[in-house]
Design a protein around this ligand. Sequence first.
Ligand SMILES: N[C@@H](CCC(=O)N[C@@H](CS)C(=O)NCC(=O)O)C(=O)O
Length: 221
Amino acid sequence: MAEVKLFGRWNSPYSHRVEMALKLKGVEYEYIEEDLRNKSPLLLKYNPIHKKVPVLLHNSKPIAESSVIIEYIDETWEGPSILPQDPYERAMARFWVKFIDEKCTVAMWKACSSPGEEGEKAKEEAAQLLKFVEEEIKGKKFFGGDNIGLVDFAANFIGYWFGILQEIEGLELLTKEKYPNLCEWIDGYINDSFIKDNLPDKDKMTQVFKAYAQAGYKPKI
Ligand SMILES: N[C@@H](CCC(=O)N[C@@H](CS)C(=O)NCC(=O)O)C(=O)O
């Protein structure tokens, strides 16, 4: 039988994306929990460039970077498609993942974790960037159409993690009044039976992220 191992972290949105993709395809895998403040020699060996989770090991071959891993999973295993079939739609899905990763998540994370002027600027930037996402999801159940797909997985930080962080920080950045379509997607995404059963526990996440903030620890995302 093929060997599939996932090096991850329970509260990492990136690890979570990959876990969802493996579960959607029904792939059996061994999960290895990493301590990101004391990374294992194997994680450093398999992801020497970024030194981050997730890393997927398939028959001893490592793959890093969550969206690259998800595309690999989609191409390797049968089951529901994660990327669209149409080349233009595939390109658009990749565009949105890049936008979410490189722009939205960065600004949203800074908005919650950076003090002073940097934090204030990030809040304004995140608010502007989210307007594009709000427009993109308008009239759709999921970013992938009727079914959950690559962009939905990639937007999990917006869908779940950010709500917890903004509650901790007392922010009102992403609200139903400001982003009704996006909040409708969030509701549908986190309450989808497949997703819901696999989300990390909210209370545990709240405790851990509060403890990080108190200790001045800023996880690198
Ligand atoms: N671009 C990467 C981001 C992965 C990432 O940021 N992982 C974080 C956990 S959420 C990590 O491993 N950080 C390492 C550290 O904190 O040193 C991906 O999509 O896989």
